[in-house]
Design a protein around this ligand. Structure first.
Ligand code: SAM
Length: 228
């Protein structure tokens, strides 16, 4: 399929199909009642594929779900993305899982067991948060990324692994908002959200540039640093 349609697009469509399929309304009503916006996005996404392609998407989502039984909190979406989609371009190398686990232990070693809110503002596929959940799963997990594919990988990783929280597709520096999802909040499933519903966007301090000459804050938000 990747040869016929372009692999990066197929991968992104797989993520969209997954997010629409696991929409909370659709899951809970067993498709008797549907989330119209998510249904429309699903139909728009699948329309260029053949019947057999759609079966392959279903199989891929099934494999991802079953993988959680054998390898909970692993990130095969992120591994695939690095190996086959970005090939390390655009700085898209994620932290290796063992390093994520050490960092989670070092950073959060004294964390109270439950109810905390943990944020990765440049979460990639969400693997740093998955490693944290492996240690402290009764918490709320928050991730933001300005790359659409990354935000969607993290959303599905949260859903499959039962993490409760939010993923924002946004620029964490300029605070530009593009979209987001609540995952497994109150109940199983994915719910698309607007920025006003986002805890990440709403509660973050809105950084501004500091004007050295006037010693006043300028109104422009900060810009992307070259570090990323
Ligand atoms: C090196 S990856 C790290 C991902 C993850 N935290 C990890 O440790 O594996 C950096 C991520 O930051 C994201 N990123 C870069 N600039 C960003 C910005 N201004 N706002 C949000 N995400 C950003 C990139 O899309 C990329 O997914």
């Amino acid at each position: 399929m990747g040869r016929t349609y372009e692999l990066a697009k197929v991968f992104n469509d797989l993520l969209t199909i997954g997010i629409c399929s696991y929409n909370r309304t659709n899951i809970q009503s067993r498709l008797q009642k549907k989330d119209e916006a998510s249904e429309a996005l699903y139909m728009e996404t699948i329309k260029r594929y053949e019947h057999n392609d759609l079966k392959a998407f279903g199989a891929a989502l099934g494999i991802l779900k079953l993988n959680v039984w054998d390898n909970p909190y692993s990130d095969i979406l992120g591994d695939f993305y690095m190996d086959y989609i970005t090939n390390g371009q655009n700085g898209q190398y994620f932290t290796p899982a063992p390093v994520c686990e050490v960092m989670a232990k070092l950073q959060l070693g004294n964390l109270e067991d439950e109810g905390n809110r943990i944020l990765d503002p440049a979460c990639g596929s969400g693997r740093m948060l998955l490693s944290t959940a492996k240690l402290y799963y009764r918490n709320y997990f928050f991730g933001a990324d300005n790359n659409n594919t990354c935000a969607k990988m993290a959303t599905l990783n949260f859903f499959f692994n039962g993490l409760q929280g939010e993923i924002a597709w946004m620029n964490s520096l300029s605070m530009e908002w593009y979209g987001g999802w609540h995952i497994n909040r109150n109940d199983l499933g994915i719910v698309p959200i607007e920025k006003e519903q986002s805890e990440i966007w709403s509660e973050a301090p809105k950084a501004v540039k500091f004007d050295k000459k006037t010693t006043k804050r300028a109104s422009q938000p900060v810009e992307q640093l070259s570090l990323f």
